[in-house]
Design a protein around this ligand. Structure first.
Ligand code: EPU
Length: 431
């Protein structure tokens, strides 16, 4: 078991370079299986979720070679007789294999996905609705699997209206439809930067996807995808996490390898909170000197404020002057981490999808848990800003989605390190 030990209370200063986007990579890497030729993907983040995705693909027979620190070459030699794998249960994004394998071979059976659990079941009804519209038969055989099977003549284009705006369903149906016969029109699509990135990747391989980044995406099926070279966009949420950390701790940091446009929803909120932000072509300079000021925010699909930044910004607001109201508009429940912040001295009341945060002067270090990926990032920010020592446990949840987070914060002047601890020395509390 590994934990992070943080000696908090230092300001952050210097430069940090953002890695490739996790939520783009977990779709683009498996999407390489759709291509017949070799695919070279650059700016791939070194995180557990992507490593797991590649392990599953290797088990399916794909040849994957690492070329340098962040480039992978993938040649699909997988077979159409594919069996589900236990690794999939550890990874929410394993559901993208359904779209990929169904689109490529007309058959897919995948273990029901894992990933962060925000307190309730994470539904996939919109994925199923989309696959069925393309002509697939979707069943849930015993053992926690999901099976999708195309008719003998293959998948066909369809018109699909999503009942909820879903990143995963938009991407999964795109993956299944690029090789289907005819035109697919998807309405009420998610518009996140990673949706556009996946469409750009598929188009670079020879697909015909139009409208990604708007509500309506049109896909004209093509016979085959060729190989090619593609570079994944920078991670909006990793960048936002460093911005929230500077807001909470104070200091001045140049955040490099970002697309400032993707960060607008975050920068606008931080500016309201008395944080100074200057945009450059592919970097942003963030500075905070005076006390943070309260604000309200509600999470929404892009271009709204991202739910994946909610815990990090709420943590900064714990130290702001005044009362802030945070409303979670995407997930039913994503405030479990606030109990940990309260143990660090924060004043937060949660009522369903709403949290009322009364700013306090300071947080104090203690032992806390990273219940999920972004909750973990919030614990690190709280620990960096708090007085005394914070020990963050269950950091495997953080390392699912952040590349070398400890090294990056240490380079900015943070006093923190990873420590291996025996299982028996973990926090005594029960989940
Ligand atoms: N939903 C349905 N039916 C579906 C799918 C989703 O009702 O079939 C609902 C969900 O319950 C939720 C909302 O729609 O209330 C949005 O879910 P979405 O499908 O957009 O989420 P996802 O694709 O499962 C991705 C990210 C999440 C991020 C959400 C929202 C990946 C691998 N995960 O999840 O990222 O919170 O979009 O932006 O791309 C994270 O990175 O920490 C993370 C959890």
């Amino acid at each position: 078991m590994t934990k992070y030990v943080i000696n908090g209370g230092r300001t952050l200063n210097g430069e940090v370079t953002i890695s490739g986007a996790k939520n783009a990579a977990v779709a683009i890497v498996p999407a390489a299986l759709l291509a017949d030729g070799p695919v070279r993907i650059e700016n791939v983040p070194k995180i557990i979720d992507v490593t797991l995705q590649m392990e599953i693909m290797r088990e399916l027979g794909a040849q994957i070679r690492l070329r340098g620190a962040t480039t992978v070459e993938i040649q699909n030699t997988s077979s159409p007789s594919l069996k589900p794998h236990e690794l999939e249960r550890k990874l929410r994004a394993s559901y993208y294999l359904l779209g990929v394998l169904l689109g490529k071979y007309g058959f897919a059976e995948v273990a029901m996905p894992g990933g962060c659990n925000f307190g309730g079941v994470r539904p996939i009804d919109q994925h199923v609705k989309g696959f069925e519209a393309l002509g697939a038969k979707v069943t849930l055989p015993e053992g926690g699997y999901i099976r999708a099977e195309a008719p003998p003549e293959g998948l066909h284009g369809a018109r699909i209206y999503f009942d909820v705006v879903s990143v995963g369903a938009t991407m999964n149906i795109m993956l299944a439809a690029v090789l289907a016969k005819g035109q697919t029109v998807m309405e009420n699509c998610a518009k996140e930067p990673h949706i556009v990135d996946l469409a750009n990747f598929l188009n670079a391989m020879g697909a015909d996807v139009k409208g990604a980044g708007t509500d309506v995406i049109k896909i004209r099926g093509v016979e085959r995808l060729r190989g090619g070279v593609y570079s994944i966009i920078p991670d909006q949420i990793e960048a936002g996490t460093f911005m929230a950390a500077v807001a909470a701790c104070g200091g001045s940091v140049l955040i490099k390898n970002v697309i400032p446009k993707h960060l607008e929803c975050i920068t606008n909120k931080l500016k309201e909170m008395n944080v100074e932000i200057t945009d450059f072509d592919d970097s942003v300079l963030i500075r905070r000197e005076g006390r943070l000021i309260r604000t309200n925010f509600k999470t929404m699909p892009y271009p709204g404020f991202p739910t994946d930044m909610q815990p990090q910004l709420t943590t900064a607001l714990c130290l702001a002057e005044g009362t802030s109201i945070v409303t979670e508009g995407v997930w039913d429940s994503r405030f479990r981490y606030t109990d940990e912040l309260i143990r660090m001295g924060a004043n937060i009341r949660v009522d369903g999808k709403r949290a009322v945060v009364e700013g306090v002067e300071a947080l104090r270090g203690t032992a806390v848990r990273a219940h999920d990926l972004r909750a973990g990032a919030a614990m690190v920010i709280a620990g960096l800003a708090a007085g005394g020592v914070t020990e963050v446990e269950q950091v495997q949840n953080i390392e699912r989605g952040y590349e070398t987070l400890v090294e990056k914060f240490v380079a900015l002047g943070a006093d923190m390190y990873r420590a291996d601890i025996p299982e028996s020395m973990g926090l005594p509390r029960k989940d």
